[in-house]
Ligand binder design. Structure first.
Ligand SMILES: [Zn+2]
Length: 82
């Protein structure tokens, strides 16, 4: 048996092994899914990832690289990539 890799949210890469991130839908964290189980629209998910980036990376709200980094990050996600 090959080793099983820990799974990450297909929208934002949150670690799903952590119960704090588990929500109503398989393969997605609770922050990217509405209570009815639908994945949130791109703009809404983007706003959530934006808040996380500012906090986790200690970026200022008006960091000139923030919007581009957000788009790059989301385009690397299985759910949003294109
Ligand atoms: Zn997520």
């Amino acid at each position: 048996m090959p080793p099983t890799l820990p799974e990450h949210c297909r929208s934002c890469a949150a670690p799903l092994a952590n119960p704090d991130f588990q929500g109503p839908r398989e393969h997605y964290c609770k922050y990217c899914v509405a209570p009815d189980g639908a994945v949130k629209p791109r703009a809404e998910a983007r706003a959530g990832i934006r808040r996380w980036m500012i906090q986790a990376w200690r970026l200022p709200e008006d960091d000139p690289t923030l919007e581009r980094r957000l788009d790059d990050y989301m385009n690397a996600m299985p759910h949003w990539g294109r």
